[in-house]
Design a protein around this ligand. Structure first.
Ligand code: VG1
Ligand code: CO
Length: 545
């Protein structure tokens, strides 16, 4: 079959952010915008000829069209085989698993994760490498550089492949397999957790849970695993039907966007014991108990402290890593267990080397991301199953488990304040003003708090020595409290300022404070130092998690 070569001109904005290239659907629909970026990926990769590619997405608007385009370009590029999830659906962790299982060269995942979808929403594309994890910075930089010199792309003129039924095809010399999106992932979960114990809990009648799939990719996974396989009553999974626009919502599993789930768990006489939710592409998780919210940082710490409760981790864990803005709660567990622990920049790509080198088993981010060495992505349902395994093993409530953890390790009060879609110029000015202040902040006192150190976080990867600079401004206090400022790398409109606040409290008699109240002094210092109101014109954060 003849391969067509189409002339094109570069777009100057195809620089991947924290997690792949994310833009509005409108941008992605511009002439050859997707084709340019896909060709830039293919031009950068080595070893394409005859290799395997995993392909799928979170089912958002433009998913199916994008898959057909990428298939035709993959055929032209010389891939030997492409594995696609049925209906074009693959959660990010499921795709990571398939890349590893099929020993693929990599995978293309179509998702803008927690960003809203639909024609007015966002779309995204990211490339994952052979270990199943997000492309490291060196590769995303090379892809961006390639996108700046694109003058043509190659495409095989073939008919669309039916995505909805399982099947195998040969097109233009390339094998295409449409596989069940869930089976391999379900098997992996069963190898890690005690499914019999979890099934007994879910079928006991005295334990009720709700899983909110937010009309995103985890619907089919949760239906199959929680309801069909583990026997949770029908109706356990809510919003389980993936929709191209996520039902109009933000598929972001947090207190602000998973409102219905929150009200179920916080109902005065509610009878739901355990609540969980996942995001657009299935890599995030939120964990709730009865009238109780588990911060993602605490969740990582609790799972690490109790890892041996799950069969997959019965022999213990090698170490723990957390992203820099994540609270230091997991570090305390590592110290107690005598394990190495690591602090990486924001974004899952920075965990890959540590996992591959066997330096860590568990890792997580404050942004509702937790996972282990079973894949190279964060994994929403994995975290939910881990919590279910823990609840079944301990026969205790979520809140008791976390409170006992605090009593043993102390509590890291934690919150993130997001100022969304602020003016880009104002955001940069705010950051520059902070950077200028850094040298003078050390040693400065604010009320009872004294600054031990203030810096612009840089990370040297302990495995390959690569250095990543400008990863967030940190104000570190002598008592362990921290304020961190970062600009988001996943937003598509203006800039998003994230302010992360953390305060440690050892005394169990002080573990019942309201979080924002416990952090009020730090919140005031953040405003005093960064002058958020003056720079952005915003009186309050848009989203507080
Ligand atoms: C955010 C989170 C970060 C996470 C990233 C991708 O990035 O803060 O921790 O890794 O989203 O998550 P940023 O740059 O906007 O702060 V996902 O679930 O959207 O792929
Ligand atoms: Co996500």
């Amino acid at each position: 079959m003849t391969i067509q070569t189409i002339k094109t001109t570069p777009y100057n904005d195809q620089k991947p952010g924290t997690s792949g290239l994310r833009k509005s659907v409108k941008q992605f629909k511009k002439s050859d915008y997707l084709q340019n970026f896909v060709q830039a990926i293919f031009n950068t990769l080595e070893g394409i000829q005859g290799s395997t590619l995993i392909l799928g997405g979170d089912g958002r608007y433009f998913n199916r069209e994008a898959i057909q385009i990428i298939l035709r370009m993959a055929a032209a590029a010389g891939f030997g085989r492409v594995i696609i999830g049925q209906g074009g659906i693959l959660s990010t962790p499921a795709a990571s698993n398939l890349i590893r299982q099929y020993q693929a060269l990599g995978g293309i995942i179509l998702s803008a994760s927690h960003n809203a979808g639909g024609p007015e929403g966002d779309f995204g594309i990211k490339f994952n490498i052979a270990n199943g994890g997000p492309a490291p910075e060196s590769l995303t930089e090379a892809i961006f550089a390639a996108s700046q010199h694109i003058h043509e792309y190659h495409i095989a003129p073939i008919n669309p492949v039916p995505l909805d039924k399982l099947g195998a095809y040969e097109i233009s010399g390339m094998q295409v397999e449409v596989i069940d999106s869930v089976s391999a992932y379900e098997e992996l979960m069963e190898s890690l957790f005690d499914f019999d114990k979890i099934a007994a809990l879910l079928q006991s009648g005295s334990f009720k849970m709700r899983f909110d799939a937010m009309h995103a990719v985890t619907g089919p996974y949760a239906h199959r695993i929680l309801e069909e396989r583990l026997g949770a009553p029908e109706g356990t999974v809510i919003h389980g039907q993936p929709l191209a626009d996520f039902g109009g919502g933000h598929p972001d599993p947090n207190q602000a966007h998973a409102k219905e789930l929150m009200s179920l768990l916080y109902a005065r006489n509610g009878d739901i014991d355990f609540g969980a939710a996942s995001d657009g592409d299935g890599d995030r998780n939120m964990i709730l108990g009865k009238q109780f919210f588990v911060t993602p940082s605490d969740s990582l710490a609790v799972l690490a402290a109790n890892a041996t409760a799950a069969p997959g981790y019965r022999n213990g864990i090698a170490g723990i890593a957390r992203s820099m803005p994540t609270s230091q709660a997991p570090d305390r567990v590592a110290v107690k267990l005598g394990l190495p622990y690591f602090e990486t920049p924001t974004g899952w790509k920075f965990f890959g080397n540590l996992l591959d080198a066997g330096k860590i088993t568990l890792c997580g981010e404050e942004s509702f991301g937790t996972s282990s060495n079973h894949v190279r992505e964060k994994d929403g349902l994995w975290a939910v199953l881990f919590w279910l395994n823990l609840l079944a093993e301990k026969q205790d409530s979520v809140s008791n488990i976390v409170r006992k953890h605090w009593a043993e390790y102390g509590r890291n009060y934690y919150s993130r304040h997001d100022y969304e879609e602020i003016d880009l110029k104002a955001a940069n000015e705010l950051v520059n003003a902070l950077l200028e202040q850094l040298p003078s902040l050390s040693g400065k006192t604010f009320g009872k708090l004294c600054v031990a150190n203030a810096d612009n976080f840089a990370y040297t990867d302990p495995v390959d020595g690569s250095v990543s600079k400008n990863q967030g401004i940190r104000i570190l206090f002598t008592d362990g409290s921290r304020i961190i400022f970062r600009l988001s790398g996943t937003g598509t409109q203006g800039a998003t300022l994230r302010v992360y606040l953390e305060k440690y409290e050892a005394d169990p008699s002080k573990h019942d404070q309201d979080v924002q109240e416990a952090l009020s002094e730090l919140i005031a210092i953040a405003e005093q130092v960064a002058k958020i109101v003056a720079f952005t014109g915003r009186e309050a954060a848009d989203v507080i998690t």
